[in-house]
Design a protein around this ligand. Sequence first.
Ligand SMILES: Nc1nc2c(ncn2[C@@H]2O[C@H](COP(=O)(O)OP(=O)(O)OP(=O)(O)O)[C@@H](O)[C@H]2O)c(=O)[nH]1
Ligand SMILES: [Zn+2]
Length: 217
Amino acid sequence: MDTAVLESRATNSGLANPGGRQRPSQAEAEAAVRTLIEWAGDDPDREGLAGTPERVVRAYQEFFAGYNEDPVALLAKTFEETAAYDEMIVLRDIRLESHCEHHIVPILGKAHVGYLPAGRVVGISKLARLVEVFAKRMQIQEALTSQIADSIQEVLQPRGVAVVIEAAHQCMTTRGIRKAGVSMVTSRMLGAFRDDPATRREFFAMIGGPRGASYES
Ligand SMILES: Nc1nc2c(ncn2[C@@H]2O[C@H](COP(=O)(O)OP(=O)(O)OP(=O)(O)O)[C@@H](O)[C@H]2O)c(=O)[nH]1
Ligand SMILES: [Zn+2]
């Protein structure tokens, strides 16, 4: 399948970079941060805060770098010389740092990604990079989970994909209801992982089952 077809399929599933709209300039973004500082009740011109708008904008560039990345291109390079390996491939305990789209505060946790190859495999680091591409956007955990699984299914067309995410939402732990220690668990099972209970069980055995919040929340 050529890249154009893959790109259009990814776009149809809402996977492509949703940017495309005209972005404000860096100066406009810094001015917005300055407004928030004033709104919070502090003086943006005092020494400690003078460089803060610029620093916050730089931090946002890191937090939201995923809008500049293309998940389809990331998975495009595959290998077929696998000695006919056709068992499950699982990358577990991928550190996840995202931001919730409702409050723009951190979501911290772990992702586990598995698939059953159909002839070709992808470099294992690419699975972790794929998690990053979608995590470094404003997210809800359900969409993040689906986007990771769906892009692997669309691009690699394996016999199945499984994604599990366990994460703490700081919008629940540090504000609002303030329930520390709560984690949210989401999963997306496609192909054999959805249809075959034994495959699903094998995957959960390989990731050790959702193991609770062993990350900082
Ligand atoms: N389903 C889902 N909900 C999320 C996620 N991240 C944050 N939320 C929730 O999104 C909801 C937003 O609800 P609102 O009532 O609009 O916002 P709010 O008044 O700040 O809500 P509280 O957090 O309850 O104070 C909250 O219940 C959050 O807990 C997520 O990844 N998935
Ligand atoms: Zn939130």
